[in-house]
Design a binder for this molecule. Structure first.
Ligand SMILES: Cc1cc2nc3c(=O)[nH]c(=O)nc-3n(C[C@H](O)[C@H](O)[C@H](O)COP(=O)(O)OP(=O)(O)OC[C@H]3O[C@@H](n4cnc5c(N)ncnc54)[C@H](O)[C@@H]3O)c2cc1C
Length: 383
């Protein structure tokens, strides 16, 4: 009898990204009728790696797709902070709740899309959602309307659903640019480690991403004209980071495609309006300084779907509000830490750079790291 009640429920998910596909999978496996609207004509991500932190990994394990993702990625052993010359300033083992894997983004999104469709979710490609109403009506750009018990707005940082419901409190494009490359080799970076290199107002992250790929990302202020140039200016970046010259040269040698993004921040008045819930970047986009945008997207999406499934006899809007109360405080704290780290890199006054090194040393201490990385402790059992 209870099962029948669940089967009758219908969710429309806006956006086939990390948050939308995770939520869709859990609901579809519980017997919900799920439609995922994706504006693009295919579900695809290209050209970058992604750090998979403990909270994200716990969700993949709950979904039973962690091994599939790992078959395209790698388990990282250490995380380091280095200066431009390569000297190690911080060194952490990546185990316990700090365990971290890395994989190409494409592999993660593919595994999630496969899980969602195998569970019975319908992917509606080329369907750009333009609005939703609190009573659960979704409209797309083809003039179609759909009625749902729950609308999951997982349509990313520029969420049309969020705007249509006037839920945005603050949306800002930050003055930081990330240029990402996926190098088709591990020659210049053979170890299974990730290292963030700091020099002035620039940073370079380098990480193994699979057996034969290296992920490199160059971060600098938007007004750094040479720094934001594509392809990478080898000599100029080598002046800042002499230890990484061979990596910059390899990027040029392979003609590796660059993916460039400016950081964003989104804060909402509420994550919930009636039968609509904002999930992932639509609700809480943040600078990727802690590698937690995806982690929180999966953790919050998974928690939301689990609460909908296990509390199915409660009114939907009560469940959605309870979910927001449960997940939002940790997400807000993580977002604040991520913002602070971005400020320390890109908006730190040049004359005070020596003090920054001291601050970074203090921030490496366990009691600060534990607070900053509290989101990583999530084990996928939020209900
Ligand atoms: C430079 C950079 C590096 C990052 N590195 C990491 C990392 O290492 N680890 C990590 O955990 N996170 C990282 N992040 C953050 C992470 O990428 C995001 O937090 C995550 O992708 C958010 O997932 P999402 O599903 O909420 O949104 P998205 O991934 O943006 O997915 C939204 C989906 O909705 C679709 N869509 C948009 N509008 C509509 C519409 N109107 N109708 C229908 N469909 C629509 C989009 O096409 C897309 O498929 C990084 C971010 C950046 C910018």
């Amino acid at each position: 009898m209870e099962r029948d009640m669940v089967i009758e429920r219908r969710a429309h998910v806006c956006g086939a990204g990390l948050a939308g596909l995770t939520t869709a999978t859990v609901l579809a496996r519980a017997g919900w009728s799920v439609t995922v609207h994706e504006r693009a004509t295919e579900v695809r991500e290209v050209g970058a790696g992604i750090y998979l932190k403990n909270n994200l990994l716990s969700v993949l394990e709950h979904l039973g797709i962690a091994d599939q993702v790992l078959s395209h990625g790698i388990v990282l052993e250490r995380s380091q902070m280095r200066d431009g010359s390569g000297a190690v300033l911080q060194d952490h083992e990546l185990n316990g709740h700090r365990r971290t894997w890395m994989c190409p983004r494409e592999s993660l999104i593919r595994a999630l899309a496969d899980a969602a469709t195998a569970a019975g979710a319908q992917l509606k490609l080329g369907s750009r959602v333009v609005a939703a109403t609190p009573d659960g009506v979704v409209s797309n750009d083809r003039g179609e309307q759909f009625h749902a018990d729950v609308v999951i707005a997982a349509d990313g940082v520029s969420s049309a659903v969020r705007e249509s419901l006037d839920l945005t409190a603050h949306y800002q494009r930050l003055e930081t640019v990330a240029t990402r490359y996926l190098l088709p080799s591990r020659t210049a970076w053979p170890e299974a480690i990730t290292a963030m290199h700091w020099a002035g107002r620039r940073r370079v992250g380098v990480s193994a991403v699979s057996d034969d790929q290296t992920y490199v990302y160059l971060i600098c202020p938007a007004d750094d004209r040479v720094g934001t140039r594509v392809p990478v200016e080898v000599r100029n970046w080598s002046d800042s980071f002499p230890a990484l010259t061979s990596i910059f040269a390899e990027i040029r040698h392979h003609g590796t495609e660059a993916i460039q993004h400016q950081y964003n921040i989104v804060r909402c008045r509420r994550w919930v309006a009636g039968h609509v819930a904002l999930v992932g970047d639509a609700a809480h986009a943040q600078p990727p300084t802690l590698g937690q945008g995806g982690g929180l997207a999966l953790a919050n999406g998974h928690s939301l779907a689990q609460m909908l499934v296990t509390r199915h006899s409660d009114p939907i809007d009560d469940i959605l509000r309870a979910w927001e109360r449960r997940c939002r405080p940790l997400t807000n704290r993580t977002q604040r830490w991520a913002m602070s780290l971005d400020k320390i890199t890109n908006r730190w006054p040049a004359p005070l750079l020596p003090i920054r090194s001291v601050l970074l040393g203090v921030m490496g201490r366990p009691f600060i790291q534990d607070r900053m990385r509290a989101a990583e402790r999530f084990d996928g059992r939020a209900v």
